[in-house]
Every structure is written in structure tokens, then in C-alpha cells.
Design a protein around this ligand. Sequence first.
Ligand SMILES: [Zn+2]
Length: 160
Amino acid sequence: MDIRKDLRNVLDKYGYDAIYIRRDKRFRCECYSERSGGQSRTDCPNCFGTGFVTNIEKVRTRRTISSVPESLVRARKNFEIGNLSAKAYVYYLEHDINPKEGDLLIEAEWKNGVPLSILEKNVISIADPQRGNKGRTEFYQIYSYFEPVRESDQNAISYN
Ligand SMILES: [Zn+2]
């Protein structure tokens, strides 16, 4: 049994493209200022409000409605609770994506493989590696919460 292959087959049939926004935590975005108390601009056109230099990747995924109690999601994330929505999704990502908490998963409208606009912005609250018998990561289960999509985010996907 090869779980990686199984997931690949599932994504072939039922998956779709999404945008993975990976933060490079070595580099702060230029909107981030120590002087302003370490706040990044939520309307930054470069970093999707994350405060870090970001890389945009196209990933294949599939999602289901989250059944995890919100208290768990809340307990395990280091973010303000303000933006947390009652509705949340679990995403499935292949083993080589290596997702991290605080990165973003974006649902987009596509044209010819290029993202036209952002439909939904999800912040990863838990990136849970699902391991096989020998401890190998077979795939990732991602818990996320919504953040409002801003005009600046739309700019960021075309800017980057
Ligand atoms: Zn920024």
C-alpha cells in the first residue's frame, strides 16, 4: 500500500489547483517596521499581510469541512482570534509541499493556469503530517481559518 500514490490518484480525480503562499521567515517584508511595534501592514500589496517575503506556489489540493472543535484550532494557533470564522476547512496536501502554520492557502479563479483573482484566503492554523508505518510523512492534513480577502491581496498575486 502506497498512501502517497493513493492521494495522488485522489487528487487526479477530485483535486484542484490552489495557491500556496509560503512565507520566507528569514526575510521581513518591507512593510514590516520595528518602530511601529512590529506590525505588518494588513493591506500590504506584497506579502498578503503576513509581514514576510512570500513565495507563490501552485498546489493541488482537496478540502472537506473541518470537524475539529474550534477550541483545538484556537488553542494551537498563535494568532489573534478576531478573524476566526466558525466555518473552517481541512485541506489535504501532498508530502512534498511541507506546509507551515501561518502560511496561506488561497482559492483562486484560474485562466490558462494563471490565477485571475482570489476567491478565498485561508490561514493555516495547523499543519499536521500524517505518517505511515515507518514514520514517513505520507501527506499533510491542514486546518485553516478564513481571513477577509483584501484588494491588496488581489494585487499581490499579480505583483509577485
Ligand atoms: Zn508586506
